[in-house]
Design a binder for this molecule. Structure first.
Ligand code: AMP
Length: 300
């Protein structure tokens, strides 16, 4: 698995990277850590980078690209890696694409931790105050002033990377201000290909898969049934309406419609019955005629 964690300083990339390392048995490649190690070891790269880092600015692209090229060739990176703090500029991203292509490797995802800069600055101010109160040593670049400079550098040079990876269809965003475990869970969901948890209103629309979907289907069925009810049901309704409203016109109309509908249904259902009824009527009228003739004959 090969990943990039994007996000401004203080967004929690390091914490999430460590969790990904233990979960997926990959290595964390943090250019910041490597540069600090180089500074501590007093290597030529370290000597060159020290003052730039202390000022919160970015070390030249070719320096960090060379460090990463060496690192991804090492045996422990073969299973995969999570890049933390690299790339930080579009030229670095392009260089990474070339490095990976040359080795026949691909990125699995680029995850951006979205944060609120104002809250980040407050957090670092609190942390610095607490560490100072405890008498703990502070990193030279660990103060609100330097953080503001690093955030400026992020906005100007690193934020465009979101567009770069978005255009390639590799970018996934996560709310970096959420509790650490929630951020981890959101990243896990992305890596396992599950859909992201959506906000409440969207959730409701999305949830139409389980019970809600069944209820909606049932309601739709009911509607269709009501529409498809036979004609005789209509007059009954009209009757009730007429009774309720007391309108004579409607009341008169309803039985007529009911008879018509009932006749239609009868005819449609059994033509024979209808025919039989006709015969009986005919028979009665013939009988009546015969009776009256008999009366006439009696009288005469
Ligand atoms: P970090 O620990 O990732 O915040 O990095 C600390 C400092 O190292 C940054 O403020 C930069 O000066 C330098 N640095 C780390 N990664 C890069 C990079 N990819 N490109 C340029 N400078 C970097």
């Amino acid at each position: 698995m090969r990943l990039i964690l994007l996000g401004p300083p203080g967004a929690g990339k390091g914490t999430q990277a460590q969790r990904l390392v233990s979960k997926h048995r990959i290595v964390q490649l943090s250019t910041g850590d490597m540069l600090r190690a180089a500074v501590a070891a007093g290597t030529p790269v370290g000597l060159r980078a020290k003052s730039i880092m202390d000022a919160g600015q970015l070390v030249p692209d070719e320096v960090v690209v060379a460090i990463i090229a060496d690192r991804i060739d090492q045996a422990d990176a073969r299973r995969g890696f999570v890049l933390d703090g690299f790339p930080r500029t579009v030229p670095q991203a392009e260089a990474l694409d070339r490095l990976l292509a040359e080795r026949g490797l691909k990125l699995d995802a680029v995850i951006e931790l979205k944060v609120n800069e104002g809250i980040l600055i407050k957090r670092i101010e609190t942390r610095v105050a607490e560490m100072t109160a405890r008498g703990e040593p502070l990193r030279k670049d660990d103060n609100a002033e330097v953080l503001k400079g690093r955030l400026d550098a992020y906005r100007a040079q690193t934020a465009p990377l979101a567009g770069y990876y978005q255009a390639k269809g590799q970018l996934k965003a996560v709310d970096g201000m959420a509790p650490i475990d929630d951020v981890t869970a959101a990243i896990d969901r992305i890596l396992s290909g599950q859909p992201a948890a959506k906000k409440a209103p969207k959730k409701a629309a999305q949830k139409l898969t389980g019970k809600a979907a069944k209820a909606t289907q049932a309601a739709a069925k009911k509607k269709t049934k009501a529409k498809a009810k036979p004609a005789k049901a209509k007059p009954a309704k009209a009757k009730a309406k007429a009774r309720k409203s007391g309108s004579k016109k409607t009341a008169k109309k309803a039985p007529k419609a009911a008879r018509k509908a009932a006749k239609g249904v009868k005819k449609g259902k059994s033509g024979r019955k209808a025919g039989a009824a006709k015969k009986t009527t005919k028979g009665k009228s013939v009988q009546r005629k015969t009776k009256s003739r008999r009366r006439l004959t009696k009288a005469s």
